[in-house]
Design a protein around this ligand. Structure first.
Ligand SMILES: [Zn+2]
Ligand SMILES: [Zn+2]
Length: 414
């Protein structure tokens, strides 16, 4: 499935990304072995209508862009946020809300609160009521526009939590909870419509740093660690999703840049390069570098020559091992086992990942659990170091004396 392939996201360019910037990275994507590109937030005019912004995506440039990606052998994903609509009130970041066409033409589709006002959701948006059949049909049409007409290969659905209760008398709800219960129907519609048009499509759903809702969890191909703040969250959220969705589920580790960050004022400086936390836990690798150099504003995410060597090494390891498709084994317990450990079984081999509890070097023995009795050969596959052999018996897992900084990635085979 395409959900396991490495993904690059245009978010490094932030809100005003252009088709030229998106396509400018293609040579690097190909060189590094990256199969996906994501067009992220703010390519559109208004939330709700989801037409391209005339200043950055004029005319049919969005379709031309997807065509060009396809010609180059790349797949493209589109960011959007179902159910939220602009009703002329409020704003988000620098974008002041207009009255979207859909809210103007169909005010009767909106969720109303107890006082008869437009209920608000994330980003202070008004909300279309998912329990209204016409609203569900509208999301089918939008999905067809993105996937069939514009040629995208899937969606990155973002800011997904729930919807407010609906008190709109025109909807004749049995309970205000009907809107909440119907939310999953819209996600199901988006997922199934996408699949029907493109069987190899990937729909990703991001609850942005919150736990997923069981309502929409079945209607996606790929989970995501969802805006992690640092590598610990990357690892533990991958484990959580493997537990919820199955040991071979595709879980996107999000942009590797998020694996380390520093607080600066009200925002974060994102400067991570910890691929091991995604690879060793069975996640799918991603990045949001910019290239070629678009200027000083983007220097933290610029793919410099040094970074490029590092990216190439780790994406190479990911593509070679594809541990994300392996069988995640629940053999270590976070909080009890030190160092933090993970095990993935793939092609008759076991892959272990251990992570140091602090930035200091960790020294001690690690236990290699889950092995059938026998003699095994141990290799540090990140650095290509041969670590000799270990012996597993029926009642005792072998232990390996080790010292490492940050991570230790082991391939153990007979
Ligand atoms: Zn309603
Ligand atoms: Zn998100």
């Amino acid at each position: 499935s395409e959900a396991y392939n490495v993904s690059w996201c245009g978010w490094g360019y932030e809100f005003n990304v252009t088709p030229a910037q998106m396509l400018g990275t293609v040579p690097k994507l190909k060189e590094l072995g990256i199969k996906w590109a994501t067009l992220d937030d703010r390519w559109f005019d208004t939330y709700g209508d989801w037409d391209p912004r005339p200043d950055t995506f004029p005319g049919d440039s969005i379709k031309k862009m997807t065509d060009e990606f396809h010609k180059q052998g790349e797949l493209v994903q589109l960011w959007w946020l179902p159910l939220g609509v602009e009703d002329g009130q409020g704003k988000y970041e620098s974008h002041k809300y207009l009255l979207s066409k859909v809210a103007k033409e169909h005010p009767e589709w909106l969720i109303l609160d107890k006082n008869g006002k437009h209920a608000r959701m994330i980003r202070d948006l008004a909300v279309l009521c998912p329990a209204v059949p016409e609203v569900q049909a509208y999301y089918k049409q939008l999905t067809e526009k993105f996937i069939r007409d514009w040629g995208f290969d899937g969606s990155k659905l973002d800011n997904i939590y729930t919807v407010p209760m609906c008190y709109n008398p025109a909807h004749h709800h049995k309970s205000p909870q009907d809107s909440v219960n119907a939310m999953a129907d819209v996600y199901k519609t988006i997922f199934q419509t996408t699949r029907a048009i493109k069987p190899e499509s990937v729909t990703q759903s991001c609850p942005c740093g919150t736990p997923p809702s069981l309502a929409w969890l079945p209607y996606m191909d790929q989970a995501v660690t969802a805006d992690p703040v640092g590598a610990v969250q990357v690892r533990r959220r991958i484990k959580m999703y493997k537990a919820l969705l199955g040991p071979e589920a595709a879980v996107y580790g999000d942009h590797v840049e998020l694996s380390a960050m520093t607080r600066v004022g009200k925002s974060w400086l994102e400067h991570g390069n910890d691929f091991a936390s995604t690879i060793g836990t069975g996640g799918v690798v991603g990045t949001k570098f910019v290239w070629p150099d678009p200027g000083p504003k983007f220097k933290n995410v610029l793919l410099t020559q040094n970074k490029e060597a590092h990216w190439k090494k780790w994406i190479g390891i990911y593509n070679e091992k594809m541990l994300s498709k392996g069988n995640f084994r629940n053999l270590y317990v976070d909080g009890y086992d030190t160092p933090e450990g993970y095990a993935i079984e793939k092609d008759g081999k076991m892959y272990y990942a251990f992570f140091a509890p602090s930035s200091a070097a960790w020294r001690g023995e690690v236990e290699l659990r889950g092995l059938e009795p026998g003699t095994y050969h141990v290799v540090d596959y990140a650095d290509g170091k041969d670590l000799g052999t270990v012996e597993a018996t029926a009642d005792k897992a072998p232990r390996l004396a080790t010292e490492f900084k940050e991570h230790l990635l082991l391939e153990v085979s007979r």
